[in-house]
Write a protein that binds this ligand. Structure first.
Ligand code: SF4
Length: 430
């Protein structure tokens, strides 16, 4: 069995499962946020009763993160509904807006708060819940009805996915990041190339990546239609997890003779920086092919490209220079936001580097990654051409349906912010 099949078998109390089987599994963590939390709670109450209690208050994580810093009445009401539910259910893992506990983007926060435990099952009401698979666990996004059933029972019905294996060999050049690797994969197999399959990432180049970079790979599994993305744990994984939680976990690994749907092998030493052109994540081009394309703004943020290492990479490019287009910096979480002040490149904090360069620094949240209300930081309103470290570029994703969004690595976005045109990071990295 593959790692995905083994985790699912364990959570179904079975010795074996095979792709295509429908099984009930136990859920270790259910995560919801301000967009899907309120309707999930509605369905939970409708199906289980107005006074029903969640199946296990220690296993429900509620992280408002999407529409946070806005005057929009509906957005604020959604957060209030979560607040009321957390109080009613006495939930220990509610990260409320306006308090010290507020975190920001859930997928990065789940890792920081120690909820990503190898061998476990983590289900969320958000398609990018697949991010957590970087820690060797089964994680996937579901709709509100499935989440409501989990809230009441702790279980979900899943079809065991086939697994596609992606092996990255070689040494990653300094001008490439995990974002380039996953954009290359999605460009190769298409937005539906992994529909309802597990995407397992392997190979020395993957294990050379930090946990933050591994999360960029699994984060975008859903952009190829993947049910989950997964990377087997190594020592780095275990160190990261043990530093954040005392909760027990059991590591799981694919069998040497596990059966895969397909296997693709990449030599990262020969790959190039890539972008996804408007308006699909699989609309791949080498940066060199689109270099010189005029831009109106740059955006560095989100669960894909708003982690500390994303900002470190960007700061290395931007340091000592000024951006020539509007450049938005949005740390995914408050932990990342604080670290911008305490992480240095050649003696200057990341925060100072971005501020001196003329970037606009925002508060931790999803912000303009998915558009949001009109007053959302960094949101497009017109025909802007944007280069962004986010994960989706469908029309209207960052606000305006007339805007065009190129997806790229933080290195490419930073290099482009300095020139106002799409720029290969190899031109600016010394
Ligand atoms: S940052 Fe973007 S992709 Fe990630 S959870 Fe928020 S809206 Fe979704």
């Amino acid at each position: 069995m593959t790692i995905t099949e083994k985790i699912l078998a364990r959570h179904a109390n079975r010795d074996r499962v095979a792709p295509g089987e429908n099984i009930w599994i136990d859920v270790d963590v259910l995560m919801t946020h301000d967009v899907c939390g309120p309707p999930t709670i509605d369905i939970f109450k409708r199906e289980f009763g107005e006074n029903a209690k969640v199946w296990d208050r220690d296993k429900l994580v509620v992280m408002p993160d999407h529409y946070i810093f806005t005057a929009n009445h509906h957005a604020n009401r959604n957060v209030q509904l979560l607040r009321d539910f957390a109080a009613e259910q006495d939930l220990p893992h509610f990260y409320d807006v306006g308090t010290e506990r507020y975190k920001g983007v859930c997928h990065v926060a789940l890792a920081e708060e120690g909820f990503n435990r190898p061998g476990s099952t983590l289900i969320g009401t958000d398609s990018h819940t697949c991010t957590s698979g970087a820690f060797g666990l089964f994680s996937t996004g579901v709709g509100n009805t499935d989440a409501a059933l989990i809230m009441g029972t702790g279980k979900i019905w899943v079809k065991v996915p086939e697994t596609m294996r992606f092996v990255f060999e070689g040494t990653l050049p300094p001008y490439l990041m995990a974002k380039d690797l996953i954009l290359a994969v999605i460009g190769d197999i298409g937005c539906d190339g992994a529909t309802y399959r597990a995407m397992e990432f392997d190979g020395q180049a993957v294990y050379d990546l930090s946990m933050q970079e591994r999360m960029t790979l699994t984060n975008m599994a859903i952009e190829a239609g993947g049910k989950n993305g997964i990377i087997a744990p190594d020592e780095q994984t275990l160190d990261y997890v043990r530093a954040r939680t005392d909760a027990p976990f059991k590591t799981v690994y694919s069998d040497p003779d596990a059966r895969y749907h397909t296997e693709r092998v990449y030599d990262v030493s020969t790959m190039e920086p890539v972008v996804a052109k408007p308006h699909r994540p699989d609309n791949k081009a080498a940066v060199s092919e689109v270099a010189g394309t005029r831009l109106d703004r740059a955006y560095i943020g989100s669960c894909t490209g708003g982690k500390l290492e994303d900002f470190e990479a960007a700061a290395r490019v931007i340091k000592g220079q000024e951006v020539v287009i509007d450049t938005f910096i949005v740390p995914a979480t408050t932990e990342v936001g604080k670290a911008l002040h305490t992480t240095y490149v050649d003696g200057d904090s990341l925060y100072d580097i971005f501020e001196s360069a003329g970037c606009k620094l925002g508060q931790s949240s999803c912000a303009a990654c998915l558009g949001g209300p009109p007053d959302t930081f960094g949101r497009t309103h017109n025909t802007e051409v944007v280069i962004s470290t986010t994960n989706r570029n469908f029309p209207g994703r960052m606000g305006s349906k007339q805007a065009s969004v190129y997806l790229a690595s933080p290195l490419t976005v930073a290099a482009s912010a300095l020139t106002g045109t799409i720029t290969d990071p190899r031109e600016v990295l010394v």
